[in-house]
Design a protein around this ligand. Structure first.
Ligand code: G3I
Length: 443
């Protein structure tokens, strides 16, 4: 587990003084680190040479083996292990000062048939599973930063997937897997990981309740991974609020397998939309203190699973097939670029209820840059004094935790020139009285 702690302070200082032009040349991993998150990528061990290795090593601060740590790869027959691919990725990470995201210890897919097709009693299968975890997490003890201990445990409706593990052991297999992983590698952060849990909805509600139950039982769950295999133009509006509600349970969160696919061919217009989509996902992670990082599921279109699994779609990653950065790369770099927070007193903000009816109201908030320099990003915060709840917002991302409300920009109103104003609005629900906030702050 190599970390670049010694460089961290210098990087931060460099980033804070970097000009936007310098930021464009700074490796993505350094920009991310200076903002307090990691930027990772899935890699294929067999491709870690030449230009592919150069980009993977230079631009990303974490690597996830795309396939090499899966059960079918490392233990294709019982007790006979093949660590070659996994070893190669871990060695690469150590040579490049990168974190490792271990993926994955228990998953219903890419599971060898001796496990999936076996006839097991509950005790036998539990032992098979915990032996596997002990062997794999034990082998990489101290060298893997984050383990996806259990991958994709849920159905679309949020209920427990009836994999061989779920069907034979019920939900208890998840707790047992985490405890076995903790015993094998006490330093690794242990994650539950799933797809289609990015938005608030039935499946993420199922995950939320599962995490709550596990924590209540004292199961060592450190984090929840959100795969984020997304479709162009469909970054969920509730992504940030969803990450935040999990973080509020007391776990870390991470975007673990980000890609944004589009119908082929890619056009300039689609790639521009993709740039905005990548930026939106990065912003959601940056906005949530416990979001540890973002991992892209392959950094180049030549190493993406999408064309094989979604015929006619692709171009889902930040680099094209020739390792040239795409607009999405600039979207990531731009979002990770150091922001100079406005000095106190350089913005003012007003709040007005424009209409109100029984139980509901509409409010307008206007932010003005009263300074002499452009604001690169802004945040408006206030406290709702009488239990009002924001239900819908426009022209800003508005999130609420308890009484605390935070508004952040959308891509088109992030930058505010001197003297410029931004107005956004929201609908809210109220009961009793609907007084305005005592104060709004902008930073
Ligand atoms: O290794 C064999 C090779 O020997 C054979 O010639 C070739 C022929 O098809 O297949 C190769 O295996 C493929 C493997 O990737 C390695 O390239 C499998 O067919 C293929 O199914 C497998 O796909 C992987 C997929 O998981 C399987 O579900 C993708 O690479 C991998 O990116 C993808 O990753 C998953 C995450 O683990 C979990 N979340 C979803 C994500 C996307 O499906």
């Amino acid at each position: 587990m190599l970390r670049r702690l010694t460089a961290a302070a210098a990087l931060l200082a460099a980033a804070l003084t970097a000009t936007p032009a310098a930021a464009a040349d700074t490796p993505l991993r350094d920009l991310a680190e200076a903002r307090g998150i990691y930027l990772g990528t899935a890699v294929t061990a067999g491709k870690l040479t030449g230009g592919y290795a150069d980009v993977a090593g230079a631009q990303f601060g974490s690597v996830t083996p795309g396939n090499e740590m899966k059960w079918g790869s490392v233990e294709p027959t019982r007790g006979a292990y093949d660590w070659a691919g996994a070893d190669r990725v871990v060695a690469f990470a150590e040579a490049h000062g990168q974190q490792v995201r271990g993926h994955t210890l228990v998953w219903h897919s890419q599971l060898p048939s001796w496990v999936s097709d076996g006839t097991w009693t509950a005790d036998q299968l539990r032992t098979v599973m915990t032996d596997h975890i002990a062997a794999e997490a034990g082998r990489y003890k101290g060298r893997v930063d984050h383990w996806d201990v259990v991958n994709e445990p849920l159905n679309e409706d949020g209920t427990l997937r009836q994999s061989v593990f779920g069907a034979t052991l019920g939900e208890s297999y998840i707790a047992d897997a985490f405890r076995a992983a903790r015993a094998a590698d006490p330093a690794a952060k242990l994650y539950l990981n799933d797809y289609s849990t990015d938005a608030i909805g039935a499946k993420s509600d199922g995950m939320y309740n599962l995490v709550k139950r596990l924590l209540a039982q004292g199961v060592p769950v450190d984090g929840v991974g959100f795969q984020a295999h997304l479709i162009l133009g469909q970054v969920p509006a509730s992504l940030e609020a969803n990450l935040r509600r999990f973080a509020d349970l007391g776990v870390d969160v991470a975007i673990t397998e980000l890609d944004i696919r589009m119908p082929l061919p890619a056009t300039a217009e689609k790639l521009d939309r993709q740039k905005a989509d990548y930026a939106a996902v990065l912003r959601a992670c940056l906005a949530v203190t416990r979001c540890a990082g973002v991992t892209v599921w392959g950094f180049t279109d030549s190493d993406s699973w999408i064309p094989d699994f979604f015929p006619g779609e692709g171009a889902a990653t930040p680099y094209d097939e020739n390792l040239n950065p795409k607009p999405a790369h600039a979207g990531i770099a731009g979002t990770l670029a150091p922001v100079t927070p406005p000095a106190p007193g350089v913005c003012s903000v007003t709040y007005a209820v424009s209409s109100q009816w029984t139980g509901g109201f509409t409010a307008q908030v206007t932010l003005r840059n009263t300074g002499t320099a452009a604001l690169a990003g802004w945040t408006v915060r206030w406290t709702q004094p009488a239990g009002q709840r924001v239900t819908q917002a426009w022209n800003a991302t508005v999130t609420q935790t308890g009484a605390e409300v935070t508004a952040t920009p959308l891509p088109y109103n992030t930058t505010l020139p001197p003297g410029g104003t931004v107005s956004f609005g929201f609908n809210g629900a109220w009961t009793g009285t609907n007084p305005p906030p005592a104060a709004l702050t902008c930073t």
